[in-house]
Design a protein around this ligand. Structure first.
Ligand code: IPD
Ligand code: CA
Ligand code: CA
Length: 273
């Protein structure tokens, strides 16, 4: 395993232990409301602190972008992007579908990725050019060729409703054109499922870099494709993301195309870090 991935895994496992301990009694966890329907708990903060501490011990001069602590930009070629608990709403309800997501960018390019589901001890990892793994086994995207036969993951807008009508129109279009749609509730894991071939594709509007950076590298290293709704590279900034095995990715883009509003198109030009 690449040394930087080893350290990322160490950080993710520490965070996983914190989350698993807290999951034993979610009723006592302190929860704050960031904005409408956007909850953050003491567990999110403790997890992020453990991850950043572990990584800083190994790499004191790297830059960091954490969901809860924000940006700490040093003059480094390396940027760690961290979601300490992806799927907080699930976690707070005891719904066992949440994960830790850690990605490393080198000169702006995805380089290392960890998505860890601590409930089921599923450790998804990838290093640029070296493939994607679940625990110690190589994973690959599915080979399904027809959208009609596919199982597709997604996420609903639930905090910011500016794209709700557009999203509902997309969903309405996808439902009869697929075998089924799933909304598990943790984007990093949703992407890991595409990498593992458990779903054939995924799309969501307006995600954040920490939700998708690690999952995207998993998919690319598993032989899949990640893009924005026009098939371009802006997804990490716009958060408008579609992913899948190469054949399903192309068919998903066709379904999404008629729903591209000006708002979605201009989001492609925004830089988030
Ligand atoms: C959320 C989850 C969810 C997605 C949201 C994300 P959080 O992350 O990934 O699946 O639909 O948009 O913000 O807030 O639980 O880390
Ligand atoms: Ca998240
Ligand atoms: Ca989070």
């Amino acid at each position: 395993m690449h040394p930087m991935l080893i350290n990322a895994v160490k950080a993710a496992r520490k965070a996983g232990a914190i989350i698993n301990r807290a999951a034993q009694d979610v009723s006592t966890i302190k929860v704050m409301n960031k904005t409408y329907n956007d909850f953050v708990s003491e567990v999110d903060h403790a997890s992020e602190q453990a991850i950043i501490e572990t990584l800083k011990e190994a790499y004191p001069n790297h830059s960091f972008l954490g969901e809860e602590s924000g940006q700490e930009l040093n003059n480094s070629e390396y940027l760690w992007i961290i979601d300490p608990l992806d799927g907080t709403t699930n976690f707070l309800h005891g719904f066992p579908q949440y994960a830790i997501s850690i990605a490393l960018l080198h000169n702006g390019q995805l380089n290392q990725a960890v998505v860890y589901d601590p409930t089921n001890n599923l450790l998804f990892t990838a290093s640029k050019g070296r493939g994607a793994f679940l625990n110690d086994r190589r994973i690959r995207v599915s080979q399904r060729a027809k959208l009609q036969m596919s199982l597709i993951g997604t996420g609903f807008p639930f905090r910011d409703f500016q794209h709700l009508d557009t999203y509902m129109a997309m969903l309405k279009d996808f439902i009869p054109k697929t075998s089924g749609i799933r909304r598990p509730g943790a984007a990093a894991l949703d992407l890991a499922f595409v990498a593992a071939g458990w779903t054939d594709g995924f799309w969501e509007i307006n995600l954040s870099p920490w939700d998708i950076a690690a999952g995207a590298l998993l998919i690319q290293e598993a032989g899949g494709i990640v893009g924005d709704f026009e098939g371009n590279e802006s997804w990490i900034h716009s958060g408008n993301i579609v992913a899948g095995n190469p054949k399903i990715f192309a068919q998903m883009l066709q379904v999404l195309q008629p729903h591209l509003t000006e708002n979605l198109k201009t989001a492609a030009a925004v830089k988030r870090f």
